[in-house]
Design a protein around this ligand. Structure first.
Ligand code: PLP
Length: 392
């Protein structure tokens, strides 16, 4: 195709298209496996909220009607849940949508965003689309937040600063006091986007939370998602809480029907499903203990996890991931600067058992390869239950 190179906006050719992991279908075909355990995308091992499923069923009969473009019912529920006004709530097609909307609203070419590194890649994507510059501030020792480093990275071109707590992929969290310290030092033009996708899995008393005081700061945007705790990743719903002035501009670039009607109803129902929420949290707490004690017993370095996943140092992460795939377990690797770490999403008890047994086998294989022995053929048995979800 001639000429297209000259027609596209500057910078578009430098954006790397998102490469999702193999779907479980592709994986099964490639390795000849009947079932795979999907522990690579921080999804909810218990599946979707049963109340959400009922709401979805009821909504199917009216799919010929457009959704409420203002998502009023869902926003009312969220406002009540968080004790804020409905004008402080914006919902999106996943919180990914809101990150892109914030980028489109605030970023000009040459503007800067400040992000911790490593962190969630969507922040950088939003900047790349708008030709803004990404200033990465490495996390400190133990992948703890370096708030003075973040403060130092801010210039008069900084428009957005992202804080992800607990952070994906490290699982470390930001202390509330440290966030306040940082806010005190930031100029008025910096919007601070606090991504709390995993915050409800943490019970650290000193963790960052969105107090009314924090939300009254016109620079603060807090992001939440229905993809993790509520088990609705496939529906795509997220929301942000911020000063109504922020949303008054973001609304201008939002697609008029950015959240479909099934998603709106399902999310509203999921928010009320206290049983599903409590069970999901409980499973994560137990999984955390299981993985940490396994890591300790096997001398594997694990980062204390505050989300529904754990980052572990297993040596060559790409190799480990491929060996685990052959054994029917999908985990995630390939994070910038983390060549030796894999991120494993917590599954059900049975899935965790199976995953750790396979990991043990794979790490044993490493020792074998290192001593130049031929790799043996490993036989294994799949657990009784496995999550079957496509996509990323
Ligand atoms: C999964 C995740 C989200 C949620 O994204 P959705 O678009 O709502 O599915 C947001 N932030 C982080 C850090 C995440 O890991």
């Amino acid at each position: 195709m001639t000429g297209l190179q000259e027609q596209i906006r500057p910078g578009i050719d430098r954006i790397q298209p998102y490469v999702p992991g193999l779907t479980d279908d592709e994986l099964s075909r490639k390795y000849g496996l009947k079932r795979v355990i999907k522990l690579n995308a921080n999804e909810n091992a218990l599946g979707p909220s049963p109340l959400a499923l009922k709401a979805i069923q009821r909504e199917l009969a009216v799919l010929h009607h457009y959704p409420d473009g203002g998502s009023r019912l869902l926003r009312d529920e969220i406002a009540e849940f968080h004790q804020v006004t409905v004008e402080q709530v914006l919902v999106g097609n996943g919180s990914d949508d809101i990150i892109k909307l914030l980028s489109e609203t605030f970023l000009n070419p040459g503007d800067e965003i400040v992000v911790p590194a490593p962190s969630f890649s969507q922040y950088n994507f939003g900047a790349a689309v708008m030709q803004a510059k990404v200033i990465q501030v490495p996390l400190g020792p133990g992948f703890e937040y370096d708030v003075s480093g973040l403060a130092d990275a801010v210039t008069d071109r900084t428009k957005l600063l992202y804080l992800c707590s607990p952070n994906n992929p490290t699982g470390t969290y930001l202390r509330h006091a440290d966030a306040l310290w940082l806010l005190e030092r930031l100029p008025a033009q910096v919007i601070v986007v606090v991504d709390l996708a995993y915050n409800d899995f943490s019970n650290k008393p000193d963790r960052l939370i969105e107090t009314p005081e924090l939300l009254s700061d016109p620079r603060v945007v807090a992001l939440h998602t229905f993809s993790k705790l509520y088990g609705l990743a496939g529906l795509r719903v997220g929301y942000g809480l911020a000063h109504p002035d922020v949303w008054s501009y973001v609304h201008r670039v939002r697609e008029p029907f950015n959240v479909n009607r099934v998603a709106q109803r399902a999310a509203a129902a999921a928010l009320e499903d206290v049983q599903h929420v409590a069970a999901s949290q409980q499973l994560v707490y137990e999984s955390r203990e299981q993985f940490l004690s396994w890591a300790k017993r096997h001398g594997v370095e694990a980062i204390p996890p505050e989300g529904n996943f754990i980052l572990m140092k297993t040596g060559d992460a790409k190799w480990t991931t491929e060996r685990l795939m052959e054994r029917g377990v999908m985990v995630r690797a390939g994070f910038a600067g983390l060549d030796e770490y894999v991120r494993i999403t917590f599954g059900t008890r049975e899935e965790n058992d199976f995953c750790l047994a396979q990991l043990e086998g794979v790490l044993g294989q490493v020792a074998e390869v290192q001593s130049h022995n031929a790799t043996s053929v490993i036989s294994y048995k799949l657990p009784p239950r496995s999550v079957s979800v496509g996509g990323e």
